[in-house]
Design a protein around this ligand. Sequence first.
Ligand SMILES: [Fe+2]
Length: 389
Amino acid sequence: MPYYRQVGDIPPKRHTQFRRPDGSLYTEELMGEEGFSFDSALLYHINPPTALTAIEPVETEVQELEGNHPLKPRHFRTHSLKPGGDPILGRHLMLANDDVRLSYVAAGQSSPLYKNAVGDEVAFIESGSGTLETSFGALEFEQGDYVVIPASTIHRWVIDEDVEDAFRAFVVESRGHIGPPRRYLSRNGQFLEHAPYCERELQGPREPLLAEGTDVEVLVRSRSGVTSFRYANHPFDVVGWDGCLYPYTFSIHDFEPITGRVHQPPPVHQTFEAPNVVICSFVPRLFDYHPDSIPAPYSHANVDSDEVLFYVDGNFMSRKGSGIEAGSISLHPGGHTHGPQPGSVEASIGAQGTEETAVMVDTFRPLDLGPGARDSEDDKYSWSWLEGR
Ligand SMILES: [Fe+2]
């Protein structure tokens, strides 16, 4: 996170005595990235956050990966996947490599307490609403939000169950840290004027949660699997914190598109970056305004990346006739040249704008297919550029 935030009560000077009303000390916790050399937060707990009463392995279903072989552009219909479970354990693993795991979840219940110790997560909320409860406080979320959760943040997804739209999310789990593109930040981390969003649109926790409880289970994901930690006291006993590391939300509807006289390349849509991964937002926007411009994209060979698009809303103009629908995920791998479906280029000329919303994830190393991909694949997609030529 690029900027400083303070919530609740903290002492005026770090690492000094900070006492509870009964005279005993609060326990200070430094949560810091990259070995005390990157963003961090100082949290003040009522009870020590270190006391565990039990540690047990948790058996989870192994979600096997297969290589994209033979190499094919692919289309997955996520809405055909079995709904159910919670926003963490109900995830269908779609695509993954050593840098990132991409999942889809249509959950019917709130999650247990959880900590991803492998890396940061960002969940894009396709539909539904609720609250992400964390050690830093609560974050409300709704359709269109990116919910960014730093590695090792203890959290719980509480979903609204009495609403018409079910909880659906596309989840990006990085093996590193996710943040705004470096080129949009000043040397000191402030968003620059050419950035498509800025600090005002990032929503962080506003007040402590202060949950009480003893013997509280938290599921911890590490590279070896999932472990059950039982904490002697509730980890949401934080009375205050400050720093530049905390969970936040950003709505795709607040992303200001960058447009031009001729077609703008995908990097103008970039919203976040992570090691060997970029996340981009395609939002409703005016089309190119050169008198001879072609709004549809050109065919492109993305030599060094696999390109994943999650289609959220709109008529998906460049994918006409391809079977793409809301909730679709397309995979256009490196080694395959792709572009608009036949007829889309001519049809785009003269169009004034698009109402499409989509999230793109480009990975710089090839993606393997998970069980969610195998269970939802539309076999005809590879040949969709033949239709209507
Ligand atoms: Fe593309």
